[in-house]
Design a protein around this ligand. Structure first.
Ligand code: ADE
Length: 224
């Protein structure tokens, strides 16, 4: 998979993608991430990429010209399954969407900043608009990193134990069950017996029961 990300502050994401799962998946050749500084596509003397909003009002808007130049350039080189704009008024990002996007070959993310991007970009280029929650961030960079992380870990081979992504919370519509590791007893707190039994079927049944209980208690909306 190839992921291109357009931003006015790509440095915000640089370190994130050089660590953890993203780094491993890149080294394993499963994903390549390309950060693009929108200023590189500006035709203005001081590499300006934003302008005042027509009609007045507070804040600046990312202009149509540099963004369309950047998009045309990237789109002339490959076909993107989705061109995604990160925005608080987009569709809420969920595990199901992460699963769907993890099957793409090429994804393109556009990070907004300031008051947003010129609406004509959304109309002409954007195929999907994603929000990571009902709050407003200063820019789309963190949202793009969140989405990319959730997507990349689903690519087969991206995480050590292949079955592990399949047992994540939400993957089967339930929250994940509790987990324990050694020691089996710590300051009077004991690990549930069943997990030490070696009885696979019983362990699986216990985990499912715990998942259901936890989901009922914390996220009953998921069971409806
Ligand atoms: N940009 C600003 N806020 C955002 C949010 N909640 N989700 C995605 N992109 C954003």
């Amino acid at each position: 998979m190839r992921i291109d990300i357009i931003s006015v502050v790509p440095a915000l994401m640089q370190s994130f993608f050089e660590h953890s799962i993203c780094k491993r998946a890149s080294q394993a050749g499963l994903v390549s991430i390309h950060l693009h500084d929108l200023h590189d596509y500006s035709s203005k003397k001081f590499r300006q990429v934003d302008d005042y909003p027509f009609g007045g009002g507070a804040g600046m808007v990312i202009a149509v010209e540099p963004l369309s130049t950047c998009l045309d350039h990237l789109m002339s080189e490959r076909t993107y399954q989705e061109i995604i704009f990160l925005t608080p008024d987009g569709e809420t990002f969920q595990q199901g969407l992460a699963n769907q996007l993890s099957m793409a070959e090429n994804l393109l993310f556009i990070c907004g900043h300031y008051k947003g991007i010129d609406e004509r970009i959304r109309e002409k280029y954007v195929t999907k608009e994603i929000s990571i929650g009902d709050y407003v961030l200063s820019g789309g960079e963190i949202a793009a990193a969140v989405c990319a992380d959730a997507i990349i870990r689903l690519i087969p081979g991206a995480i050590g134990d292949e079955s592990s992504a399949l047992t994540d919370s939400f993957q089967d519509g339930l929250l994940a069950p509790p987990v324990y590791t050694r020691p089996a007893s710590f300051k009077g707190m004991d690990v549930p017996e069943v997990l030490l039994s070696g009885h696979e079927k019983k362990i699986e049944a216990w985990r499912h029961e715990q998942s259901v209980k936890r989901t009922q208690a914390r996220r009953p909306d998921l069971l409806q």
